[in-house]
Design a protein around this ligand. Structure first.
Ligand code: FPP
Length: 264
């Protein structure tokens, strides 16, 4: 999407009014890309980009609540992100720590339920305790579900699910004939979470980067020409305005399956 198209969409969203598209996606997932470039453009350290990225995350949560999104999934740390310089990995861990420590009470007061998806193996005990605490404290909340993809990789998730099925077959608990798409999906981290309707990636890059590969079979993608620290409610509204124009047919021929029908 060009800067001009983005400006136009924001204008359309502003004129139409927040949340009035009649088709707010039930599940929005976000690849929060461009923190480093945002910082570099301003001559700032990368960490400052990530720090401002956390502020953008707060705005995204608030906007999702206001617009009636049911699930917001954020890609906060991938299994591949461990290959970044040690100091940057350490800074991202500190930011996660601070985010949960400082924001959990407010998230809970806003009826947000926190879920964490990703591999737990290899995480330090303090990070594990933090993630567990966030899930437990907010378990009974019924508003927005904030799904934090942390130490997440879609290929690893699918491989683990396949391994689980193979083990069940080896143990005689499952017949190979029973293995279908539903059986595999039931062993993913997202087993009880609906597939994303909309995936937004900021920074202009157009790839999935090992994010929700299975779950995005029929997801609509919107690529925004802004870096993540600049993300705000207007950007979410613009992405939803673009989503509203898409005609989702889920592999069928009928163009009648409009987004409005799949909205929560
Ligand atoms: C991509 O930007 C962003 C990340 C790898 C991390 C995203 C993390 C945050 C927004 C903050 C921490 C999250 C939580 C939940 C507290 P990049 O560094 O790849 O940017 P670049 O491509 O411009 O270098």
């Amino acid at each position: 999407m060009s800067d001009r198209d983005f400006a136009g969409l924001k204008e359309t969203a502003r004129e139409t009014g927040a949340g009035s598209f009649g088709c707010t996606p039930r599940h929005v997932a976000v690849i929060m890309d461009g923190n480093g470039r945002w910082a570099a453009r301003r001559g700032l350290p990368r960490l400052e980009g990530h720090r401002r990225g956390v502020e953008a995350l707060r705005r995204a949560v608030r906007a999702s609540i206001e617009l009636g999104v049911g699930y917001l999934t954020v890609y906060s740390f991938s299994v591949e992100n461990w290959t970044r310089p040690k100091e940057e990995v350490q800074s991202l861990m500190v930011l996660l720590h601070r985010f949960i420590h400082n924001d959990l009470a407010e998230l809970s007061a806003n009826n947000v339920r926190v879920r964490v998806i990703g591999a737990r193996a290899g995480l330090t005990s303090d990070v594990l305790a933090l993630l567990r605490q966030a899930e437990e404290i907010t378990r009974d909340n019924t508003g927005l579900t904030l799904v934090v993809a942390f130490n997440y990789g879609a290929r690893q998730e699918i491989a683990a699910a396949a391994r689980g099925l193979a083990e069940a077959v080896a143990a005689g608990e499952l017949s190979p004939a029973d293995i279908d798409a539903d059986a595999l999906a039931s062993r993913l981290y997202t087993a009880d979470i609906p597939d994303p309707d909309l995936i937004i990636r900021t920074s202009g890059e157009k790839r999935l980067s090992n994010f929700l590969l299975w779950q995005s079979a029929y997801t609509e993608f919107v690529f925004l020409p802004i870096h993540w620290p600049d993300f705000d409610k207007a950007a979410l509204e613009a992405a939803i305005a673009e989503f509203a124009h898409r005609d989702r047919r889920f592999g069928g021929l009928e163009s009648g399956m409009r987004n409005a029908k799949t909205a929560s």
